[in-house]
Design a protein around this ligand. Structure first.
Ligand code: MRU
Length: 384
């Protein structure tokens, strides 16, 4: 079966699969404006650091393509000043949709730079709009290729490492644990950490992919489960509370996760629960690997204490989504409250920060970074 997709675009139509309804209902919704894109990202109809950057960029591309076709042309194409004010406003607005994933900021900064460079080069508004469209499309298009590169780097690295550590070289293949969802639904295709899992499977080196349910949004049980099932990759779901038990009772060769923001020293923000898995992996001497594009590395911050952590609405931690099978055969999604009505005092950070000290390797499309002998952190400056 073909891998799932998060975004589809053709000519003037931009659509995303509504991830709030997966895995039971596959519904594409149209993104008709930058406001729609902002709302879809903020409400997590689309999520995953690279996917939200792609959607933000594609919504700008759509906006500009419509502007170029419009008759009469919109006011913002009348002068360089008007164009700059208009585009800067859109980029600033898109940037506010979610705060932790730096890919969104990297995309809006990149497009802002394209705009400024084109103005400095003396281009006219129409030519600049064309250039911005091309650059926006590139943000989304580049993702799949680099995902395949980093997945291969990470896969080969862990195969080699396990071969060196265990003389039997895991004859039945590798068992890996992942958290959250980092596959096709979280990116423009193939995935990052889940891309590595896919690579191991495609090369016959994977025994089983374990994944956590990842409460409260359930990226694991709703999305990763669906992706692994679609790709026919052998897998086992565990509850978030079972990671320690899994490590005590099963031979897990690696933990592999994605990232929303990586500080200069390698401290990594990723989905809530990642830090728990890292602490337990260290205790059990299991390699802990972060797989993410270079655009996830934020050299402006020295360490993870500077990463803004998004707090999600309390309500999201108080309910689960599921389906009822009514007699008429129509699938209907319901949200079920699992807490007493009016409950106060709910802590719902969307991400946690895993200190570099607990991370064995950070893998990007450029290769595998490890810490210098005896160092607590990474020096990521040379690879960015
Ligand atoms: O809140 P989400 O679902 O957007 O969080 C997603 C994650 O934490 C992913 O691990 C990360 O974005 C990497 S996706 C390739």
């Amino acid at each position: 079966m073909a891998p799932l997709i998060s975004i589809r675009s053709s000519d003037d139509k931009l659509e995303i699969v509504n991830q709030l309804l997966l895995p039971h209902i596959t519904e594409f919704i149209e993104i008709d404006s930058v406001e729609d894109a902002h709302d879809a990202i903020k409400s997590m109809k689309i999520r995953g650091a690279p996917a939200i950057a792609s959607l933000a960029a594609l919504s700008l591309s759509q906006h500009l393509r419509r502007g170029l076709k419009a008759s009469p042309p919109p006011d913002y194409l009348a002068s360089l000043e008007a164009l700059k004010a208009h585009i800067d406003g859109i980029l600033a607005f898109l940037f506010t949709a979610r705060p932790t994933a730096v890919n969104l900021g990297a995309a809006t900064r990149r497009l802002g730079k394209t705009l400024d460079n084109a103005i400095a080069a003396g281009k006219d508004p129409l030519a600049i709009a064309e250039e911005l469209i091309a650059e926006s499309n590139a943000v989304a298009d580049e993702d799949v290729g680099r995902n395949k590169e980093m997945s291969k780097w990470a896969g080969e690295w862990i195969i080699e490492r396990v071969r060196n550590l265990t003389l039997s070289a895991a004859p039945q293949g590798l068992n890996v644990l992942t958290v959250c969802n980092t596959g096709s639904l979280a990116t423009s295709g193939y995935g990052t950490a889940l891309g590595m899992v896919t690579y191991l499977h495609e090369t016959g080196k994977l025994k089983s992919a374990f994944y956590t349910q990842t409460a409260p949004y359930h990226q694991g049980s709703r999305l990763t489960a669906l992706e692994l099932q679609t790709l026919k990759i052998p897998s086992v779901m565990i509850c978030d509370t079972m990671v320690g038990s899994l490590f005590q009772n099963h031979n897990i060769h690696a933990v592999v996760v994605g990232a929303d923001r990586i500080a200069r020293n390698g401290d990594t923000a990723n989905k809530i629960g990642t830090y728990n898995a890292a602490v337990l992996a260290a205790r059990h001497k299991i390699p802990f690997i972060v797989v993410a594009p270079i655009s996830t590395v934020d050299l402006d911050i020295p360490d993870g204490t500077h990463i803004p952590i998004e707090q999600r609405p309390s309500l999201e931690a108080c309910l689960v989504r599921g389906i009822l099978y009514p007699n008429d055969g129509k699938t209907k999604q319901v949200q079920v409250m699992i807490t007493p009505a009016g409950l106060e005092g709910i802590y719902n950070p969307s991400f946690d920060v895993t200190p570099a000290e607990l991370i064995t390797a950070i893998v990007t499309e450029k290769g595998v970074a490890v810490k210098a002998e005896g160092a607590q952190g990474f020096d990521l400056s040379p690879i960015v």
